[in-house]
Design a protein around this ligand. Structure first.
Ligand code: SAM
Length: 212
């Protein structure tokens, strides 16, 4: 999320010591939002999952704890995000239960139909070409697999952070979408069974879709 101290690029592309500080903060501040998002799906023990835009790696850790017999991959296009994700998930990586790689959502380094579950927490609004990036996520989702987007802002939400983020959008380039636009994004990428959940007071949104 953009902040008032000019830290926009640190949320979009965490870099250097400021980026590492931001990643540590986001690991803390996004934890409740992530847990809320994950209440809308079931993570089966044997799932192979991917967290796109994994940032500081906390969601990768949460997924590894839920999919006890599965494997979790994390990708991020920021070198510093990849380094921190590797650090905080070192034990799971050593155990062969997690892998983190530097990659853009626009070109995911995985074969078609790989993942039972793909998560994207507080990241989709920064992707450079949302419609085609969604198609790329769709490509690597298994048939029957789920994609879940979780965010603490959306267009039209009345929370302070959403209203402020929307106001800054022309400067930051963040893609603020309405709930209906989120639904269209999932539909146009090929997902079905689309569910939207909103916490109106907090301005949180969770969207899930399934690949047939
Ligand atoms: C606001 S942070 C959120 C990080 C983490 N998901 C969390 O909840 O704390 C956004 C992350 O998405 C990554 N990101 C943004 N655009 C990306 C893209 N096109 N491909 C891969 N990662 C991207 C950034 O590098 C950053 O680590």
């Amino acid at each position: 999320m953009p902040n008032r101290t000019g830290g926009v690029t640190q949320f979009q592309l965490p870099t250097g010591w400021r980026g590492r500080l931001t990643l540590r903060r986001m690991n803390r501040s996004h934890s409740g939002l992530t847990d809320w998002g994950l209440t809308h799906i079931t993570v089966e023990p044997k799932y192979t999952s991917l967290d796109v835009g994994c940032g500081g790696g906390r969601t990768v850790g949460k997924l590894a704890a839920l999919a006890t017999q599965g494997k979790v991959y994390g990708v991020d296009y920021s070198e510093d995000s990849v380094a921190m994700s590797k650090k905080i998930n070192a034990a799971a990586i050593r155990a062969g239960r997690a892998e983190i790689a530097k990659a853009s959502v626009s070109q995911l380094p995985f074969p078609d139909n790989t993942f039972d579950l793909i998560t994207a927490v507080e990241t989709h609004f920064w992707w450079s070409n949302l419609p085609t990036d969604m198609r790329e996520v769709f490509r690597v989702t298994k048939r029957g697999g789920i994609f879940i987007v979780v965010a603490e802002v959306y267009k039209g939400a009345t929370s302070t952070v959403s209203r402020w983020t929307e106001k800054q959008a022309p400067q930051t380039g963040i893609a603020m979408l309405t709930p209906d636009e989120h639904r269209d994004l999932f539909t146009n990428a090929g997902f079905v069974d689309i569910h939207l959940d909103i916490d109106a007071e907090k301005g949180w949104i969770c969207v899930t879709g399934r690949k047939v």
